[in-house]
Design a protein around this ligand. Structure first.
Ligand code: SF4
Ligand code: SF4
Length: 154
């Protein structure tokens, strides 16, 4: 297990919260030892080369739920792709710029309001405003034209 973003966002003190949170989760689930849960996520692991490179999502902010704390803006601005506006119609507000969003998911992770930001999949055929290309069917690293060694790239 590794932690990166949480330590970047909250500092190393987050480790103490991770320990207490894990302990509470184990108590609630009746897990007596860390050893008893080691390896349970392994069946979910996929090879990177099998992932669908044509799976395109964009972060969407629910304006009714947003409390305008600005955390999504800070994290996207400083450590991702500067894809969130912090002004809407001249007033403080937060909205995703689809032309820049790369779907890194960071904003979702730091938002303090449950389900306020959701990653929404673009349907087949829709143009991704970031790349200007239509969303097409499944293609992994073996077949995607981004790989210069594939026939699709030649
Ligand atoms: S998903 Fe990433 S790139 Fe997109 S708005 Fe959120 S933090 Fe920015
Ligand atoms: S982090 Fe969430 S609540 Fe805060 S401004 Fe962004 S969308 Fe709104």
């Amino acid at each position: 297990m590794q932690v990166c973003t949480a330590a970047m966002t909250y500092g190393f003190k987050i480790v103490e919260e991770l320990i207490s949170g894990l302990s509470q989760w184990m108590d609630e689930g009746g897990h007596e030892s860390v050893a008893s849960i080691v390896g349970r996520a392994v069946p979910n692991i996929r090879d990177w080369q099998d992932l669908n490179l044509n799976y395109v999502t964009k972060a969407v902010i629910n304006q009714d739920a947003c409390i305008k704390c600005g955390r999504c803006f800070e994290v996207c601005e400083d450590t991702s792709h500067q894809a969130i506006f912090d002004v809407i119609d001249g007033a403080r507000g937060f909205k995703v710029n689809d032309a820049e969003c790369v779907a890194c998911n960071l904003c979702v992770n730091v938002c303090p309001v449950d389900n306020c930001i959701t990653m929404t999949e673009l349907p087949l055929g829709e143009v991704d405003p970031r790349t200007g290309k239509k969303v097409t069917t499944y293609a992994n690293w073996q077949s995607h034209p981004n790989n210069p060694a594939t026939s699709a790239a030649q």
